[in-house]
Ligand binder design. Structure first.
Ligand SMILES: C[S@@+](CC[C@H](N)C(=O)[O-])C[C@H]1O[C@@H](n2cnc3c(N)ncnc32)[C@H](O)[C@@H]1O
Length: 448
């Protein structure tokens, strides 16, 4: 947690339950006497955020039931980091701070906190009609219209046409939709894609809030493209990143776009970790990390491939934990005759290295069909036998010097999602081999 984050000392739930009836109804007393809430219950998390905003920031907020619930420790970690960065990016003589919040959500959480705590001004954008209306109501209810303006925008643009380019802005903030709407959940024709759930704290949310075509990498890349053209009016750009694996491709894109310097951080709060990335196109601003051009090993190999599994998808397979998902994944890799070596062992983050000395996964379907056909016939016709021998010889020849090395990382992204990342290390057909292995895992991981 950021050293200035007031929730470094967690709120006393007993005190909150006594003071706020709307929170009390979600509070449960454990045998030990300790008061707790169920963090998987969206209504309980919503009640917690609402009462903390009221008690600690004098902010009256009504969060809609079907939208993302902003949890305060993470939002404050991000805001306080931005405040630290501004100290190096903003001349001390200038008093007024004006930021832009891209995708402000249901209650303009960053702008209202920053306006109350720091007196900052904001232009906030939002595509979702419900979120836009709720944000406007929130500003009126808290008399913050002089500090914050919410703009209803179209999904095609991140900044262009949404801000006044004759003004000077100090920074942008963004908590992007993390997931890829195309690869979210199972993709087979027989299986229906589940409706996405809130990535944090189990709350329900609308799909457009958390998933977008191309996921956060594409979303942030689009933002970077626009930033470059807007460099005369914005000093500092920042974004939150939901998956660690997204940092590598985003930073590569930043380098390509000609960012002068950048800064990266980790937001840790309880079991959830997120990342912050800041960059500038102003050569008179030096962010704390060294400039991109001077950093070595910044971009190593192709970015990993990702697959997220939800608690709901795993429900028929028993315990939903990193250990269980890893175990099943390793069984699948073993079935592909791979050698496995453990490299990382933490409760919520485990990784194994795998080495394949032959390609056993491509053309799996064709092989299975052929074997079935032969088994059904009960005997092998001479031509078939010959074809089989020829195919086997060819495969042996192909596999003669075959070697592929990769890394599988299984990580809990939050209480309801576990992500699998496949990183190519060397050999085989490069990323194409990883794509094939990932497809094989997607086809079999959720099988009963
Ligand atoms: C993950 S939510 C973050 C909400 C809020 N900032 C928070 O931190 O709780 C992403 C938000 O971005 C909005 N959004 C998606 N695409 C957008 C775009 N192109 N421009 C502005 N907002 C967008 C979504 O409707 C959603 O409210």
């Amino acid at each position: 947690m950021h050293p200035r984050n007031p929730y470094r000392i967690p709120p006393d739930f007993k005190e909150l339950a006594l003071k706020f009836p709307e929170f009390r109804k979600h509070a449960k007393q454990k045998l030990s006497g300790k008061i707790e809430i169920d963090f998987k219950d969206a209504a309980a998390v919503r009640a917690l955020s609402t009462v903390l905003l009221k008690r600690d920031f004098n902010l009256e907020v009504e969060l809609p039931p079907d939208r993302l619930v902003p949890t305060l420790p993470l939002r404050l970690n991000y805001l306080l980091w931005v405040e630290d960065l501004l100290q190096s990016a903003k001349p001390a003589t200038e008093q007024l701070v004006h930021g832009i919040d891209i995708g402000t959500g249901a209650c303009c959480i960053y702008p209202i906190l920053a306006a109350r705590m720091k007196g900052w001004h904001f232009t906030a954008t939002e595509t979702d009609e419900v979120n836009f209306k709720c944000s406007v109501d929130t500003l009126e209810r808290n008399c913050l219209q002089t500090h914050v303006t919410v703009v209803k925008v179209s999904a095609e643009s991140m900044l262009h046409g949404n801000i006044d380019t004759t003004k000077q802005y100090d920074f942008t903030m963004c908590n992007p939709p993390f997931f890829d709407s195309d690869s979210f959940g199972p993709k087979s024709r027989s299986e229906k894609r589940p409706s996405p759930m809130c990535p944090k704290s189990g709350g329900s949310t609308s799909a457009t809030e958390i998933a977008v075509k191309g996921g956060e990498v594409k979303f942030i890349e689009n933002l970077i493209k626009e930033c470059h053209e807007l460099k005369p009016c914005v000093r500092l750009f920042t974004t939150m990143v939901g998956h660690k694996s997204s940092l590598v491709p985003i930073k590569a894109f930043l380098k390509e776009a000609g960012a002068c310097s950048w800064n990266e951080t980790e937001f840790c709060q309880g079991r959830t970790t997120r990342w912050g990335l800041a960059w500038t196109f102003c050569d008179n601003i030096v962010l704390a990390n060294p400039p991109l051009s001077r950093r070595k090993n910044n971009v190593k190999g192709p970015p990993p491939l990702n697959y997220s599994i939800s608690r709901e998808q795993w429900s028929s397979k028993g315990e939903f934990s990193v250990a269980c998902v890893l175990l099943k994944s390793v069984e699948l890799l073993n079935s592909l005759k791979m050698e496995i070596r453990k490299v990382k062992e933490k409760k919520d983050r485990k990784a194994v290295e795998f080495i394949a000395k032959e390609n056993t996964w491509s053309n799996q379907r064709r092989r299975q069909r052929e074997e079935k056909r032969i088994a059904n016939q009960g005997f092998e016709q001479p031509e078939l036998k010959k074809a089989k021998i020829d195919a086997a010889t060819l495969e042996q020849q192909n596999n003669h010097k075959f070697r592929l090395k990769g890394l599988l990382l299984v990580e809990e992204t939050d209480a309801d999602f576990i992500s699998l990342q496949l990183q190519w290390i060397e050999g085989g057909l490069g990323r194409e081999s990883m794509n094939q292995i990932l497809q094989y895992m997607k086809n079999h991981l959720l099988e009963k």
